[in-house]
Design a protein around this ligand. Structure first.
Ligand SMILES: Nc1ncnc2c1ncn2[C@@H]1O[C@H](COP(=O)(O)OP(=O)(O)OP(=O)(O)O)[C@@H](O)[C@H]1O
Ligand SMILES: [Mg+2]
Length: 506
């Protein structure tokens, strides 16, 4: 009997548990959306209990489906990997294990003033800690969110003063509870998640005392930093009781692994709630001069870590959900494609989807969503098309920065994520980039990446060379169908539109 491996994918808008076989094919899965809380403009919160509860439900439901096949039993699952929304910050009480505040989600923009205050304390400004953690000070990263909590939530401040404040990202929260919680739960975070907090030194893979002091976090309880692929502990209860949790990666790093970008120069772009391009740069952490982030891509077992340059776009699929939930232009995400394909182009309309500012390579927290070029002729088809184009233009800006950084232009881009289901969006992406866009048949690459990490740790696969047989089903290649002149004209309009989006949030 072939062995199976499970992957918990705790994303920004939904949670999944996916069960793969040794060829990387999906045997079965279960997925659940959970509630997004928007208490003020620009704020985004999750209830940490919802994140855990949806994980537990997805595991139970998927295992039920697995056993209903009659072919497999839960005990055929050799190990479980975890992948998660990154940077989202949970402050909890080390004594009770209870959250002290809702989880502040990565895309939340409330910390703009905190960023400016912190940047003023260093002559390097927002780059005060780049030499340690590879990241600029922005609203995006966990430590900035925790600093905001300490300044605004008395219960969090009191817990720090009393030495019982535990800070974690979502991986730690889930692993602790799945391995027993207050009854022996394990407190770990993997190197990729830790590399998004601003508190880890990406050269030593240890918490940096300088970074901790910079944020004023002396006395904070932090999880132990571990490799992305090793046995951390066993699941304590439920359908998978006794099965090891053996892999963990932040969702974007997991997609890089799931796309098998194991060689220097390979890159992938994932279009989920946001959109994230990661470029494998090998075993040395190069710092970017073009607005890209340096991050840990993965560490397998006790091997040296591999690093990536990353370009992050805050809003991709979430702008389609905005058209659905706030504008009522569509009733389901996939309908955007019917609308957008009614027109050949946007007729000069650009939609800069800067709902909480712009991330890479612009890094402008004062930008806000801007639709320009509207005429009496404009209709919802043009707006729909401009929404798809927005993620593609931002990806173009990031790819240009990466090409500059590496000096060797990328020839083909591997893609995945919910929005990559849109043939139209991927054709537009190829047109705008002027290179091929390569989409695998099995697009749950985020889940697959964490399954690979776990499968390697429990010996289901020997090493990365063993991956040649994993997820090899035919992929779809999108090739640019427009001229360079047209591409440049379209992109020039985008750059103008981006300028118009600056300066709205004071
Ligand atoms: N057919 C489609 N065409 C265009 N967009 C789509 C389509 N199907 C899904 N989407 C978009 O994909 C997004 C969901 O992507 P995905 O499932 O990768 O996200 P997720 O895993 O829940 O969140 P995260 O970004 O945290 O990973 C939604 O925002 C939705 O708007
Ligand atoms: Mg996802």
């Amino acid at each position: 009997m072939t062995k199976l491996v499970g992957a918990i994918d705790q994303g920004t808008t939904s949670t999944r548990f996916v069960i793969f076989d040794d060829l990387g094919s999906i045997v079965t899965y279960h997925q659940m959306e959970f509630e997004q809380h928007y208490p003020h403009p620009g704020w985004v919160e999750h209830d940490p209990h919802d994140l855990l509860a949806t994980v537990q439900s997805c595991v139970e439901q998927a295992v039920r489906k697995l056993e209903a096949t009659g072919k497999y039993h839960a005990s055929d699952i050799a190990g479980v990997g975890i992948t998660n929304q990154r940077e989202t910050t949970i402050a909890w009480d080390a004594e009770t294990g209870e959250p002290l505040y809702p989880a502040i989600v990565w895309s939340d923009g409330r910390t703009a003033a905190t960023v400016h205050q912190l940047a003023e304390t260093s002559k390097e400004g927002v780059n005060a800690l780049q030499h340690i953690c590879g990241l600029p000070l922005t609203t995006y990263f966990s430590a900035v969110k925790l600093r905001w909590m300490l300044d605004h939530v008395p219960a969090v401040k009191q817990a720090l003063d009393q030495g019982r404040l535990r800070f974690s990202t979502v991986d730690t929260w889930l692993i602790y509870h799945l391995t027993g919680g207050s009854k022996g739960g394990i407190l770990v975070t993997d190197v990729t998640n830790a590399s998004r907090t601003m508190l880890m030194d990406i050269h030593t893979l240890q918490w940096s005392q300088d970074a901790i002091n910079f944020f004023g976090f002396q006395g904070l309880q932090l999880a132990k930093i571990v490799s992305s692929s090793s046995v951390y502990g066993n699941i304590a209860s439920g359908a998978l009781e006794g099965i090891p949790i053996a892999g963990c990666l932040g969702d974007q790093q997991a997609a890089l692994v799931g796309q098998k970008c194991f060689s220097v120069g390979e890159a992938k772009n994932t279009y989920g709630t946001g959109c994230f391009m990661l470029f494998n740069i090998g075993s040395e952490p190069v710092l970017s001069k073009n607005g890209l982030l340096t991050t840990v891509a993965y560490q397998l077992g006790s091997d040296k870590p591999v690093y990536a340059l990353e370009g992050s776009v805050a809003v991709a699929g979430s702008s389609i959900q905005w058209l659905r939930d706030n504008m009522n232009i569509i009733s389901e995400a996939k309908e955007i494609n019917d609308l957008a394909s009614q027109v050949e182009d946007t007729s000069g309309v650009y939609f800069v989807t800067a709902f909480t500012g712009l991330f890479a390579p612009y890094w402008r927290d004062d930008a806000r969503g801007t639709i320009c070029g509207i005429t009496q002729y404009t209709n919802r088809n043009h707006i729909a098309r401009a929404t798809l184009e927005a993620a593609c233009y931002q990806s173009k800006a990031i790819l240009d920065a990466m090409n500059q950084e590496s000096g060797k232009p990328l020839k083909s881009l591997k893609v995945d994520g919910g929005m990559s289901n849109s043939d139209l969006a991927m054709q537009i992406q190829s047109d705008i980039l002027g290179i091929d866009v390569d989409r695998p048949a099995m697009r749950e690459t985020t889940a697959l990446g964490s399954a690979i990490a776990a499968g390697l740790a429990v010996g289901m696969w020997k090493d990365v060379h063993d991956m040649d047989k994993v997820n090899t089903e035919n992929s779809t290649l999108f090739t640019s169908g427009i001229t360079d002149e047209k591409r440049q004209e379209m992109y020039a309009g985008w750059k103008e539109a981006v300028q118009r989006s600056f300066g709205w949030a004071k």
